[in-house]
Design a protein around this ligand. Sequence first.
Ligand code: ADP
Length: 414
Amino acid sequence: MVKVLSVNSGSSSIKFKLFDMPAEQVLASGMIERIGLKKSVTTIKWDGQKFKDIRDIKDHEDAIGIMLVFLKKLEIIKDFSELQGVGHRVVAGGEYIKAPMLVNDEVAEKVRELSKLAPLHNPAAALGIRLFRKLLPNAISVVVADTAFHQGMPAKNYLYSVPYEWYEKYSIRRYGAHGTSHEYVAKEAAKMMQKPLADLKLITCHLGAGASITAIKDGKSFDTSMGFTPLAGLTMAKRSGDVDPSALQYVMNNSDIKDINEMIDILNNKSGLLGISGVSEDMRDVEKAAEEGNKRAQLAFDIFEKNVIKYIGQYIAELQGVDGIVFTAGIGENSWSFRSKVMKDLAYLGIKEDRDNNDTFGKNVFISTPDSKVKVMRIMTNEELVIARDTYDFMEKSPAEKASANVTKEQISR
Ligand code: ADP
């Protein structure tokens, strides 16, 4: 058995899960928040216990060092050498990361270069990769990109209707996001439906703070709602989703917003459920306020729900039918009332809600009745596990295969 860390490095936080592989047992999970600020918070959960530490953590290197030391102090690991694999989540893999990749210097540099496609996310991932390689020189590193699953999309679905040279010169295209989650829940759905994934037409709805919907055909992503960046598609917690670009020009011509970066920041951080409701970015607060009669909160709920219905409808048309619809992530997994509303609006497809199953928590279940023409499922996503699995796969591979992945001799001899 080996221990594998699954890591998600953000600009001011690092989240991790430690797995015992191949048993897929979670040994610990945790998070370091407020990196670079005063009173940074480290939390670690393991074996039914919880540990919290507050101190100033000056940078990511400091944070990873502290995290590793705590893992040892809390006796979750005996020695750092037990950590043999580290899998990193990368938001933008561009057209370079089409599948999980073993990290060598070239791959690490590519992740950094791809920061131009995800300036808020990739620099932190690149930093995390560099630091874990430095601090755990005996572990292999693997990158798993959020965009990789969508690399299978046909060009007719990933190209925008803009001058073709933009694609050639600037790589402007739809990359999508949440690919690890969409692929994972699609595979789980196929298991539940007891059919090969390749034979199913599925629509997976990842509805969390960030939200995206994917149409899956032949086991591959066929179309997806997020675009060049994760700003596009559905209304989200704070993100606008799709907007006519001319509206931005109009506001900029008629307000004191003159900088496009400021405008994009508004679309990323002050829009979506928060912008419409004026109450909160959190669906729980929005639903509560709507129940209490807040009209704008009700409107935010309705717009989000309409967006979901609209994309599902569009993808049914593109797929020429659908066998199963999956709900996952924060809202998709936890809000029975949201799922219930969507299912009512999809009744025309022969979908009937299984109210008892829809009311349950924390399990993968069919939430449509057995006689429903289209199966609807609530599936708990597990991106960290996918990253750990992909990392472990590389650890299992022979040195020859590692060599073909273009790693250095030193790495192979580890
Ligand atoms: P992300 O990983 O994108 O940050 P999550 O998938 O964890 O987000 O989803 C977080 C969101 O899920 C919260 O902001 C909240 O809106 C929503 N959420 C969580 N629990 C519930 C619930 N019981 N009812 C409605 N929404 C919920």
